[in-house]
Ligand binder design. Structure first.
Ligand code: HEC
Length: 440
């Protein structure tokens, strides 16, 4: 009898702690949909977690926090618990006493909101009778299982003629349209289903694509070995943006292998870095400069305009290394302005770019406009401001149009605020100074 009561109490305890965990999971999932929570969480994350988990959550000394692989539990409640207690042995401090409960929850909400790729992924493999057999029936099922790493693994089948399907919850970016891309699509019989409906195949025969929904969806991809050769079957599938300039993340394990180790970040540490790689969303012939104070700008050698400014880390040139060199690099950090917004000579004349040299670790660009030779460089002591200098040789004034950006205050060499049109008188040294102060 006593034992019975004890068991009942134990059962109730277990049930109620389960109920509480469920409540926490639900609350955190709700919060992960709230822009205010996410914003607060992001700020805290970038202050305290990004140094180990990287700003885009892809992991550094700490684990990747946006993929499917969770070593210590993937439930929101488990993540919250882990952030509170930390992993002293592995070098992660405990944050339970550092932040309030609501701050901690907003951090976890932010982490959850950044989820990408597959979750609860499973596969089913069917043995077919020859390459033309199209009948997928339960009796042909030979193997099934789950894939905790969240990548479709096309190396699973060890049989000649087969049909394989991968299905799970799938998280696509929430803030942009994206698509699946099967690299080298022909001659594969590949089909995609979202929330039970077949998705229309786009792209070309060799580079087929399938549009994704934003955010969470149920994704199923199927593959019929058909007339393909065994050596062709380890499919490379990525999620890309719609114009295919960015490989966002891998869908198949082969694509993951290709991307791994190729996320190559360039950041100026103690010296300025000059990078000529094409940059996503910026015009061609743009050179980017990262300064050690963690502010970066982009100089276009066709127009001699400043076509981009961002603070924080410099570039991820990773997506560019692979393939045929047509994948531009991604600016990291926070974009302040980008082309078509620009700092531009007025009126516009053609510009002749003469190259750059590095003086005292500062890259200096040289160019000619209407027979006047200019040198241009940027100097900065903080990620929140940068001073642009133009060195003139003649006695001309310089007229620049400035991008209209709420977050920048433009100042001249006297510290006076400058509006969008900048008629600058050079100082004694024939220099024009334009300073960008980033607010917040
Ligand atoms: C000083 C480095 C460091 C900092 C700062 C740090 N972490 Fe970690 N974190 C780690 C390491 C290392 C691990 C891996 C622990 C292990 O090896 O088991 C980890 C693991 C985790 C895990 C478990 C991942 C899994 O796969 O289950 C979560 C969740 C996590 N960190 C979240 C955070 C959050 C949120 C913050 C900021 C509040 C943070 N971490 C700050 C180093 C850090």
């Amino acid at each position: 009898m006593k034992n019975g009561v004890f068991n009942l109490v134990l059962l109730l305890l277990i049930l109620s702690s389960d109920l509480m965990a469920n409540e926490v999971n639900q609350r955190l999932t709700q919060k992960s949909l709230s822009p205010i929570e996410i914003k607060q969480g992001q700020q805290l994350f970038e202050q305290v977690c990004a140094s180990c988990h990287s700003k885009d959550l892809s992991g550094a000394s700490g684990f990747n926090l946006k993929d499917a692989e969770w070593v210590h539990g993937n439930k929101p409640e488990a993540i919250l618990h882990n952030v509170k207690t930390g992993f002293a042995n592995a070098g992660m401090p405990a944050f339970g006493a550092i932040f309030t409960e609501s701050q901690l929850e907003s951090i976890v909400a932010y982490v959850i909101s950044k989820r990408e790729g597959w979750d609860n992924l499973s596969y089913k493999l069917y043995q077919l009778n020859g390459e033309h057999d199209k009948e997928i029936t339960a009796d042909k099922l030979v193997k099934s299982g789950s894939l905790p790493k969240g990548f479709a693994d096309y190396s699973i089948p060890e049989i000649e003629h087969y049909f394989i399907e991968f299905e799970g919850d799938f998280y696509a970016p929430k803030n942009m349209d994206s698509q699946l891309w099967l690299q080298w699509g022909f001659p594969h019989e590949y089909n995609v289903f979202i929330d039970g409906l077949q998705v229309h195949k786009g792209g070309t025969a060799w580079f087929p694509t399938w549009g994704l929904k934003r955010g969470k969806q149920r994704l199923k991809v199927t593959y019929h070995s058909g007339t393909s050769k065994p050596g062709q079957r380890n499919l490379i599938v990525y999620v890309t943006n719609l114009d295919m300039t960015i490989k966002l993340f891998a869908l198949s394990s082969r694509a993951e292998q290709i991307m791994a180790g190729k996320n190559y970040e360039i950041t100026a540490s103690n010296k300025a870095v000059v990078e000529r790689k094409r940059i996503n969303e910026l015009p061609p012939y743009t050179i980017s400069v990262g300064l050690p104070s963690k502010i970066n700008y982009a100089f276009n050698t066709k127009s001699c305009s400043i076509v981009g400014l961002w603070s924080g880390d410099m570039l991820n040139i990773g997506p560019n290394i692979d393939g045929r060199g047509d994948f531009p690099s991604l600016p990291l950090g926070d974009l302040v302005f980008k082309y078509p917004k620009q700092i531009k000579f007025e009126p516009s004349h053609s510009c002749k770019y003469l190259g750059y040299t590095t003086l005292n670790d500062v890259p200096v660009f040289k160019f000619q406009i209407q027979n006047e030779t200019y040198q241009f460089w940027g100097e900065s002591n903080s990620s929140k401001e940068i001073s642009f200098y133009w060195q003139l040789t003649g006695h001309k004034n310089l007229r620049l149009s400035l991008p209209q950006v709420d977050s920048i205050q433009w100042q001249d060499h006297n510290g006076k605020t400058v509006e969008n049109g900048f008629d600058a008188m050079p100082n004694k040294e024939q220099q024009v100074l334009l300073k960008a102060v980033i607010k917040q």
